[in-house]
Ligand binder design. Sequence first.
Ligand SMILES: NC(=O)c1ccc[n+]([C@@H]2O[C@H](COP(=O)([O-])OP(=O)(O)OC[C@H]3O[C@@H](n4cnc5c(N)ncnc54)[C@H](OP(=O)(O)O)[C@@H]3O)[C@@H](O)[C@H]2O)c1
Length: 289
Amino acid sequence: MNNKKYALITGATSGIGIPTALEVASKGLHTTLICRSQEKGEQLKRQIVEKTGNKDVDIILADLKSLKQVSDASQHYLNSGKPLHLLINNAGVINTTHETTEDGYEAMFAVNYLSVFLLTTKLLPLLKSTGNQQEKKSRIVNVSSEGYRMARFIDFENINAEKGFKTFPAYGHSKLALMLFNLELAEQLSNHPVNTYAVHPGAVNTNLGAGDNTVLSRFLFPMFRPFFKTPEQGAATTLHAAFEPTADGQNGFYFANCKVRKIRKQAMDNAQAKTLWSWSDNRLADFYN
Ligand SMILES: NC(=O)c1ccc[n+]([C@@H]2O[C@H](COP(=O)([O-])OP(=O)(O)OC[C@H]3O[C@@H](n4cnc5c(N)ncnc54)[C@H](OP(=O)(O)O)[C@@H]3O)[C@@H](O)[C@H]2O)c1
């Protein structure tokens, strides 16, 4: 019997994603990286092979801002015929300026939430069938943030922050959407051999928010970075959710510092989670066929 396990990771080319991918590969999993830069993907692949000795590393190119590219990336994986034991939705952005994607969504909402919804739901039948063939359940790890608490609810009238954009409220809104996704997904998976989790990595010294030229990204973020966790420390909670045996019975749980973290009420709102799910399903209907 083939005991090889397979993982798919987004956002592994920087920050928390690098030690996450290295650890996944060092455990012997066939590791597929979804990344937007061929160069960074190839560089990481070389690093993984060199440091872990695991040569089973593939790259799928996709800019997660583009729903078409997310859909194509999931199809690419499905076409490969590989099983899928572990999906780590790690990619994320903080933007200090308002940006609209080609699909018409605010960019943080698109990358931090919509791309996760589309990628995960398209891969769900595969995660289920893989889980069915194993003693252990397949796992989905959604890298969220305590920042979700900056949003009190999903504002369907202002999904794209058109009524005034502020970095942290918009980031919080996208991460609250991700928390509600995890909540509803956990319920839908209750009778299936797949678990889903959300994690908060802590405040980690990475490239998050370093992309543009504003005061926030040039001065404020760098000022605090030296006091933050290292990327390795930041990856620990993701890896806990991905591999810890005790997490088997913790479908839908939220972890921080490798421990279960209580979820605030706005991210436990089942009604809003269901509304957001159907809203997303309708919006993305063209990508399912
Ligand atoms: N750092 C923190 O303090 C902190 C706190 C709470 C939560 N988080 C979460 O942790 C996760 C990892 O972030 P990080 O801190 O490691 O940040 P990072 O160093 O900026 O890494 C982000 C990763 O996401 C990828 N990515 C971003 N936009 C993308 C897009 N449009 N298409 C494809 N890939 C894209 C980046 O690719 P490139 O390499 O090509 O840029 C990179 O690999 C995020 O979900 C973030 O929200 C971080």
